[in-house]
Structures are given as C-alpha cells and as structure tokens.
Design a protein around this ligand. Sequence first.
Ligand code: UD1
Ligand code: UDP
Length: 380
Amino acid sequence: MSGGPGAPMRVLVVFGTRPEAIKMCPLVLELKGRPAFDVSVCATGQHLQMLRQVLDCFGVVPDHDLAVMKAKQTLFDVTTGILTAFRPVLEASRPDLVLVHGDTTTTFTAALACFYLGIPVGHVEAGLRTHDLHAPFPEEFNRRAVGIVADLNFCPTELARRNLAGEGADPAGLVVTGNTAIDALEWTVRRDYSHPLLDWAADSRLVLLTAHRRESLGEPLRSMFRAIRRIVEESPDVKVLYPIHMNPAVRQAAAEILEGHPRIRIVEPLDVLDFHNFMARSTLILTDSGGIQEEAPSLGKPVLVMRDRTERPEGIAAGTLKLVGTSEETIHAEFRRLLDDPAEYARMARASNPYGDGRARFRIADALEAWGARRAEGAR
Ligand code: UD1
Ligand code: UDP
C-alpha cells in the first residue's frame, strides 16, 4: 500500500524487451538516485537473453521477473502470459504509479492490467504514430491503446505531444522530454573502443544490418536480404555485419540468403555497448528497427529504413533517415546511391539530435516529482 504523507512515491517500472530496457535503464538509475522515489523494476521476460544483455550493461537487477518468453511465441502467448503473471505483482505491491515504455506487447498488457486495477500509468516514449493501425503491427495499436489509459505521457518530441493532444489527451499530462535512447548513449559510446569484428572490417566500408519486424517476416525480409547480398557481391570494399535477432523466423531467412559470403558476417545479438560503438564506427546502417532510427541521427550515421512507414519522421526531416520500403529493387538502388554518391552520403551523414539532448531522464524524473507533489497536495 502507499505510504503516508511525505513518504516516497512508489514507482514500479515495467519492461520486457531489449529496446524498452535500453531506454528505461537510464531512467531507473536516475529515479533510484532520488529520495522522492521508492523504485521497483518488473521484467516481464518477453525477451530473455536479449534483455539480460541490457540489464547486465546497466547493472539493473529486476525485483520481479515474470519470465514469460517461449520459443516462437505468438501475440496471444505474450499477452495472456503477462496479464496473468503481472496481476499478483500489482495486487501485492499497489504502486502509486507504473511506468511503461513504448509500444510492445509488454507495454500494452502492463498498462491494461493497471487500468483493470485502477493504478495510474506513466507512458515513456508516448505519442509516436504512423497513423496506420497495421504498420508497424501490432506496435501502432499498442501505443495508441496505452495512450487511452495513461495519466502521464512523456513525449520525446513536440510532434509526439501534438499527436496526443490531437487525440484528446489531457494537456496537463503531456510533457516533452526528449528520448531516453539518447541518454543511454552516455553509458555506452566510448572514444577508446576496440573489437575484433571492427578489425575484420577495418579495410572496408562497414554496413550494419538489423531486421526483425513482425510485418517484415516472409517475403519482405527475403527481399531486403537479396538486395543486400547483391550489393556486397558488386562491391569488394563493402562488409556487412548482421547481429541477428533471436527470432527463429528471422534466422531461417538470413541463413538461406545471406550465409556463406566472406564479406557478410552474421553474429549473435551484440551487447548494447558494442552495438552503439559499432554504429558510431559504421559507414551506414540498414534496419527496420525503431530505436536505431533515434540513435543514428545523434551519431551522424545515414540509415536506410526498410519499412513502408515510420513513426519517427523527425529523423527523416533531419536528413539522416530515408524510408526505402521493402522492395529488393528500391533497397538496392538506394543502397547503391549512398555508396556511390559522396554528396548524397555527406547530406545524410550530418549529426543532429531531433530526439533530445541526453537529458530526458532528468525531465521525466522532475515531472514525476511534480505529479507526486500535486497528488499529495490533493490528498490533504
Ligand atoms: C518484440 C516487440 C517489438 C520490438 C522487438 C524488439 C511485440 C509484439 N514485439 O518483437 O515491438 O520491436 O521486440 O526486439 O511486443 N527470442 C529469443 N530470445 C530473446 C528474444 C527473443 O529467443 O531474448 C525469440 C523467441 O523465439 C521469441 C521470438 O524471438 O519467441 C520473438 O520474440 P517477441 O518478443 O515475440 O517478438 P520480437 O520480434 O522480438
Ligand atoms: N541493439 C543492440 N544489439 C544489437 C542490435 C541492436 O543492443 O545487436 C540495440 C539498438 O542500439 C537499439 C535497440 O537495440 O537501441 C533496438 O532494438 P530492436 O531493433 O530489437 O527493437 P526496436 O527498436 O525496433 O523496437
């Protein structure tokens, strides 16, 4: 139960996948450092190994682990698994506020459980929209649904705030903070970094590849991989490094199309410290990831976004990101252009930070303190 007047505000932070953890750990550490908060962490375990990598990097130890992950899990598995396992945690701890992040099934399900129990929700990375309910799937639904129940929305950009205001969110609960993805770079990016895989790529232009979206599985993923293999075969000075997602469907497609070329290396998911430093030293990045679209502008690395829609148009406006869809011919043409046209490359490779200045965690913590003070005042 909640403490009396003057007691710290009891905040339960919930996350379950790699990107949520990368963007929540800086905030967890900030909140834990402030006497105004009594912080607990619940890992849903939607991811297992990929989550552990991040927790180890930031030194965050969850107080609760719902351990829901199964091989080849469906959306039904994840949703029902978390809803069932999270309920007793909430009922036993009755936090003053639960913080969720982004747009995963963990995010949606945790917010739904809070709604059922009348527990206030704060949404970090709120207000991103493609305005297409089916892309990305199911993330656009998840973030919109959380928008309905959240009491506090921490919007990374002004555009995200406008999206929520346009949907009728209470303006008093909207705070523009920047994205904690940029805060995380402070923990990871190092000047004096080295790695054997960077030595492997030292004589070449290093291209980083990631791809995992549910709506890309099947033919879109195969098209991406065919385009990339063609470029590598045409370009002796290009090496591609692919830290592959653990989803077996992704691994199977990659094994069929990308394996067996000496200038393509498929490796296990990299620790976030390694991945961020690899980004900082790459020539360019090909991805369908969300978080990488936020980090790359700050690092000044061009990104070809292999999706039809993005909820991160700020990076496109800044010039660092280009949306190239999933057709083999378009990806091939845009990839070729970026390699062959120095003016186009220079245009995209300018560092900018539309997603914040690395101080988002402080703004979120300040806003939470103010919210707690208002509530305490109201309760008197
Ligand atoms: C999930 C999120 C997606 C987010 C992505 C980040 C949903 C519906 N999807 O997608 O929004 O962009 O995480 O990576 O919430 N696996 C492991 N070990 C791990 C992680 C995954 O083996 O540590 C394998 C398992 O077989 C699992 C499968 O990957 O069943 C898919 O994981 P899941 O979380 O369902 O989907 P993601 O594609 O990772
Ligand atoms: N990332 C990582 N190791 C990798 C690949 C990516 O730590 O091998 C990081 C990346 O820097 C970004 C996040 O994982 O912060 C993106 O996660 P993912 O692409 O799985 O999810 P999304 O952002 O699309 O939801």
